[in-house]
Design a protein around this ligand. Sequence first.
Ligand code: SAM
Length: 275
Amino acid sequence: MGDDRPDERVAPAGSVGYRAPDDGAAAEAERLAHLGALFDGPTIARLRRLGVGPGWECLEVGAGSGSVARALASLVAPTGRVVATDIDLRFLDGIDEPHVEVRRHDVATEDLPPAAFDLAHARGVLEHVRERECALARMVAATRPGGAVVVEDVDWLVFDAQELPRAFARVHRSIQDAYAASAGYDPHLGRRLPRLLERAGLVDVEAEGRVFTMIGGTASMEWYVLGIERSLPVLVDAGIVDARDAADALAEVREPACRLLSPLQVTAWGRVPRR
Ligand SMILES: C[S@@+](CC[C@H](N)C(=O)[O-])C[C@H]1O[C@@H](n2cnc3c(N)ncnc32)[C@H](O)[C@@H]1O
């Protein structure tokens, strides 16, 4: 699966964390809804194939809007349970499912109950967490022997290898570099996942990947463009992105004729060895 060294590119100065200061709840809710619409089908299909079903106790890390937690709840009913965690509970507060418990938890710094779950799953989370190896170790420790750990993250390789609209290419590059430098974002975690899972002590590690067409003005593009839009004011103020480029970039990729290949979505899984 290629090189597993950390990304060593030098990034421009500036600070862009997981949530930018102007973080609007409505835009974030919309972005999370797009993630659910695009990625829940393949995620749930994989979890079903791994055997998730009635009675399973599941941990959903960085649950976002809770769409996967809700789907898991219906798979594990009537006797199982789902613990949905996040550092940001704004979009989980509305969950009113009998089998779902919502907890504020930072997987980068806080431990989890040991060997308490049959499944631990995180999608689009570890790529954002600088302490990702510790976070994964926590997920593994929270999973019972024989249980499954499933991690999903992107790899921007395919996306970056194609011809991108000009202003968008500059803005996308600047944002990714600034985010990697200031928040430890790993834009290539997808390719590193199998090795990461093996190093965390998991066995029977496997992975699969998916690329789809991102179409301007639709959810398939907006799941990324809304995140860019949210970060732009900070980056323009810091002089990292030119204000004209920012406006041009958004217009380019919101044009309905714009078609891009998505980054590679990698799903990797393994089992905690039985003692
Ligand atoms: C890209 S969103 C993905 C949301 C959801 N997993 C999905 O795929 O629809 C990343 C989520 O990870 C959460 N997150 C980021 N850092 C975290 C941390 N250290 N501990 C727990 N959650 C975290 C964010 O608040 C956000 O909800």
